[in-house]
Ligand binder design. Structure first.
Ligand SMILES: NC(=O)c1ccc[n+]([C@@H]2O[C@H](COP(=O)([O-])OP(=O)(O)OC[C@H]3O[C@@H](n4cnc5c(N)ncnc54)[C@H](OP(=O)(O)O)[C@@H]3O)[C@@H](O)[C@H]2O)c1
Length: 284
């Protein structure tokens, strides 16, 4: 029997991974790493047992990973703390004798130059030093990031960014989740997978797609990186994270979030969801 554990199991991506993984392996062989009773209850409702640990708690992680063979480390959402947190998970996995780790990194982590990639690169290096077999799921931008502001964009008639004519090859979380479940189930150990959507578009293209879907005018307004950062802060995004997001757009202008390898659709065995479909789902 192989035991699979998914971290970040209460998150948007993690919940989708659990659903897909349960179609590939026996649900009783899956464990979810969570931090709350509510999350544990949600997993139990799906027939999935949970273990409890925070990425900041090495002792709890060591206990939680006992008996685990294959681990999906979904990157933490606590930007700035992540290299240390992921390091704790990898150390605990080594101590617990975990055989394999799949890690959700970022598209072109080593060449895109995004500030967001720094902690991912540190984690990739830690994995390489760990001696544990691993696969890198270098996930591109979620389409859901782009559609997140759809209601506000329709209200103001503008979608703001700093990506110029850079193209985004995005896919929705559900496609990345399917890929993560497939890799965790087995057959792709040791791979570095640059995962992105089949279709790429500029933010001006996106504004036109949103406009068509909603029947209301929306134009893309391109801002200098610093102006975009300030706008994000004014919209309530914490300062450090606003800077990271503005940097991501600026690097996307140079191609950091573009990829045409179609590795994701080959892995999941179907085309990725086009952005126009994700927009329709967001507006429904
Ligand atoms: N490629 C992209 O476009 C993109 C976009 C956004 C995020 N991401 C990355 O992908 C990850 C998954 O995305 P998502 O949408 O599922 O994010 P999410 O919904 O914010 O989920 C984050 C998950 O991480 C868990 N977590 C956070 N801090 C933790 C800690 N200290 N100890 C243990 N667990 C912790 C959360 O647990 P709780 O429920 O207990 O808080 C939650 O399960 C994110 O965390 C981020 O690293 C990528």
């Amino acid at each position: 029997m192989t035991t699979y554990l998914v971290t970040g199991a209460s998150g948007h991506l993690g919940r989708l991974v659990l659903d897909h993984l349960a179609t590939l392996v026996a649900p009783q062989d899956i464990l979810a790493l969570v931090r709350s009773d509510t999350a544990a209850e949600a997993c139990a409702a799906k027939g999935i047992a949970s273990r409890r640990a925070d990425y900041d708690d090495p002792a709890a992680l060591r206990t939680a990973l006992e008996g685990v063979d294959r681990l999906l480390l979904i990157s933490s959402s606590e930007v700035g703390q992540r290299a240390a947190q992921h390091g704790n998970v990898i150390d605990a996995a080594r101590a617990a004798g975990v055989d394999f780790i799949a890690y959700t990194s970022i598209l072109h982590a080593d060449t895109g130059g995004m500030r967001l990639a720094e902690e991912h690169l540190a984690t990739e290096a830690k994995l390489a030093e760990s001696g544990i077999a691993f696969t890198l799921l270098r996930n591109g931008w979620y389409s859901d990031n782009i559609t997140m502001t759809a209601a506000q964009d329709l209200e103001t008639g503008q979608h703001f960014g700093a990506a110029g004519t850079g193209r985004f090859a995005t896919a929705p979380r559900k496609d990345y989740a399917e890929a993560a479940a497939i890799v965790l189930a087995g057959g792709h150990d040791g791979e570095v997978l640059e995962l992105a959507g089949d279709e790429a578009y500029t933010l001006a293209d996106y504004a036109a797609i949103l406009s068509d879907a909603a029947g209301k005018p929306v134009a893309y307004t391109d801002l200098p990186e610093e102006t975009f950062r300030q706008a994000l802060v004014e919209a309530g995004v914490p300062g450090g994270f606003a800077a990271v997001l503005a940097d991501s757009d600026a690097k996307a202008a140079q191609g950091a979030l573009f990829d045409d390898s179609r590795t994701l659709s080959a892995l999941i065995g179907h085309p990725t969801e086009p952005i126009a479909e994700t927009v329709k789902r967001a507006l429904a």
